[in-house]
Design a protein. Structure first.
Length: 333
């Protein structure tokens, strides 16, 4: 008679997989990607394709030649890293700089720790921040949205974040009157000759559509993006009421990479806390650090640095805020 072998509990079956979630993120990024193609034309296409192709190549080469294991390109993680890296770059960035960023993102930010599931920091942000500190001139030359010039000769201009930073530096609140309206920034019209920033920050509405899709498909939960956005709204609102040289909450939320970071970067499974309570703490800290860096740091933008800082604190959050064990009965007092 055959033996019935029963595995340890809990017995639960889920439909989630790495491939499903990764390609779900790709679908969620499509609205923002299409908007960037519309506003930046050829430059956006070149940057995104180069970033994705380079990330996939470096993951294949490192797996095959250095780690001596079968490459896992079809799980979609390299594609997501390439897309997110590309969405964090200006549309006129030279190809060789994009390739270096992809090498750092995959080689240093991901594969050096053992690959997917082992990296403590978001790989795309590792690549982006490396490029920002290594090539600051090229990484802060922002093409003006809506001018479909060729990839090489796009017209550049100051971003709304740079104007907000200048208002604080000069103590002149009137500079904020030059900013595009909140409706324009929501719909993707930077206007007034401003540089639109990176590919992924040109249209907040497109990013919100991606958020709705990921919440609908249960790829992510609301805890991290909502806690980040609410913290930024409250903290920037207090600063604006105290001194009008600080931008109002809607301007802070709709400019720069805040929406892109809150929705697509901070919610990375590997580098964010496991519990909902931990995710809220993580999101609040990211929102607070973002406003601190934006208003008092050297760079106009602080989202990338804030996420990387809190990536480092994720193991500590997980240690002290642990998920409830399946079937656990609360201890009697």
């Amino acid at each position: 008679m055959g033996k019935l072998i029963v595995s340890l509990s809990p017995h639960a079956h889920g439909t989630d997989s790495v491939e499903r979630n990764m390609y779900g993120v790709v679908i969620a990024l499509l609205p923002a990607l299409l908007v960037s193609f519309y506003y930046f034309g050829l430059g956006s296409v070149v940057v995104c394709l180069t970033s994705v192709a380079a990330c996939m190549f470096f993951e294949w080469a490192i797996c095959k030649c250095l780690m001596k294991r079968e490459p896992s390109l079809l799980d979609g993680s390299a594609i997501v890293t390439g897309l997110l890296l590309g969405m964090n770059l200006p549309s006129n960035l030279p190809l060789w700089i994009i390739i270096i960023g992809a090498l750092v993102a995959i080689g240093v930010g991901k594969m050096s720790f053992g690959g997917l599931g082992n990296n403590p920091f978001n790989p795309a942000l590792v690549g982006r921040c490396f490029l920002l500190v290594s090539f600051p001139a090229q990484m802060t030359s922002w093409p003006v949205a809506g001018q479909l010039a060729s990839y090489a000769d796009a017209t550049t201009g100051a971003t709304p974040l740079a104007i907000m930073k200048q208002a604080i530096k000069d103590g002149d609140a009137s500079l904020l009157d030059k900013l595009p309206s909140s409706v324009d920034m929501l719909l993707g019209n930077a206007g007034n000759g401003f540089g639109a920033g990176t590919l992924g920050e040109v249209c907040a509405l497109a990013l919100l559509l991606g958020l709705c899709y990921m919440l609908w498909k249960k790829i992510i939960t609301w805890h991290i993006p909502v806690s980040i956005i609410c913290t930024v709204f409250v903290f920037s609102g207090i600063l604006h009421l105290a001194n009008p040289i600080y931008a109002n909450p809607l301007q802070e939320i709709l400019t720069g990479g805040l929406m892109l970071g809150a929705i697509f970067m901070a919610t990375d499974y590997v580098t964010s806390p496991m519990t909902h309570k931990g995710q809220i703490i993580y999101g609040v800290a990211i929102g607070f650090l973002t406003i601190v860096i934006r208003n008092w740091g050297s760079y106009p933008e602080g989202m990338s640095f804030a996420i990387l800082i809190m990536n480092a604190f994720t193991p500590l959050i997980n240690m002290y805020i642990k998920p409830k064990r399946f079937g656990e009965v609360p201890a009697k007092k």
